[in-house]
Design a protein around this ligand. Sequence first.
Ligand code: CTP
Length: 397
Amino acid sequence: MLRGKKILLGITGSIAAYKSILLVRELIKLGAEVQVICTPSALDFVTPITLSTLSKKPLLSDFVTDKKTGEWANHVDLGKWADLMVIAPLSANTLGKMVTGICDNLLMATYLSADCPVMVAPAMDLDMYKHITTSENINALLQRGVQIIEPGEGELASGLVGKGRMAEPEEIAQIIEQNLVGSSPLIAKKIVITAGPTYERIDPVRFIGNYSTGKMGYAIAESALSRGADVTLISGPSRLQAPEGVKFVSVESANEMFNAVEAVYSDCDALIMSAAVADFKPKNTFESKQKKASSSLNTIELIDTVDILKYSGEKKVGQKLIGFALETDNELENARLKLQNKNLDMLVLNSLNDKGAGFGTDTNKVTFVFNNHEVMHELKSKREVANDIIDALEKMV
Ligand code: CTP
C-alpha cells in the first residue's frame, strides 16, 4: 500500500522509542521508503544499527555525518524528499520545540524545512500529558495543521495507569496509510501502464522509432502508485527512471510490448496504453549491419505491428481500457471512432495542433473522450494530466 511513498520518521527521547523499531519494520513491509532521524537523546533508547538495518538507510542524528570529509545531512533536501513526516514518539521536549521553533538538532531543522504533511504520536507520562502546557502545545500544533495521533490509555512505564502511552505501531502505520493513499477505489487494483516508444529493428545498428520520451506514461504510473494501486509499468526504450515501487518490464519492440501486456492483461483491472507503439515494422530484418554500398536498405518494406490496444479491447472481460490518440485532422470525430473500434472506456486525445502538447514536452493538452461525452482540459503539466487520467479511472472501477 505504501509503495513509492517516502516517509521521514523522527524518533525522540522516550521509552516508547522501542516501539518505533516495530513501526519502521511495519512501514518497510508496506513498501515505503523510510528515513529515520533520531534526536540525540533518542539514542539512549534505541541503537543506530537496529534502525539502519531495518530502514535500509543510514540512521541520521547529527548535522555532520562525516567529520573528516565534512559530509552533512541536508535537512532542506530531507524535508523536500518526504511525502510525510511522522514523529513517533513525540516527547514533551520536542513538542515544546516544535511550538516555539527551537532548532537545536537535525530533527528540528528538518521539521522546520519540511513542506509535507506532518503527524506526531505523543508519548508521555500521565501527569506530563495532562499538564496544561502540554495541552496548549498540542492545540498549537493542531492549529498549524499537524495531525496528532492520540496516545492510548493503560499502564505507563512509570507504573502509573492513564493516558500517555504512544499509539501502537500497527495503528500508526494504518493512520499513515490512510493519510497517504486515502480511500481510493484503486487501492490494490492491478493497473498495467505502457510507456515510451518502441524500436523496430532493421539491422543490428538501425531501427525505426519515434520521439516519445515516456514522460506521460511514467507520470501516470506515479499517480496510480500514489493511490495505492499495484502498478506494472511496461516501457519501451526511455531514459527515465522507473518510479520506486512499480513492477517494471523493459521492452524494445511492439512485439515484445505485446507479449509483456498479454502476460498480465487477463489478471489486471485496467490497462492504460500510453506508449507510442510503432504502427509498422520492417518485413525483413538483417542479422549483420548493411553496408551503404549495398542497396539492401534503399527500400524497406514495412508491415503492420500488432495493435495491442485493439487486441486488448477484443479480449476485454471487465478490464477498464484507456487508449491514447494523436490526431491532426477531424480530431474528435476520429477519436470517437477509435474509442468504438478498439472497445475502449476512455480515449485521451492529444492534438498536435496545440502548442505545448505531444512528445518531449513537460506539458500536455488533452481531451478525454468517453462513449457519450467529452471533457476538454486546458494546457497542464504531464503530472497534472496523469492525475486527471487516474481520477477518471477511479470513477470507472
Ligand atoms: N497502439 C497499440 N498498438 C499499436 C499501435 C498503437 O496498442 N501497434 C495504441 C497506442 O498505445 C495508443 C493508441 O493505440 O494508445 C494510439 O493509436 P494511434 O496510433 O493514434 O492510432 P491508430 O489506431 O494506430 O490509427 P491511426 O494511426 O490511423 O490514427
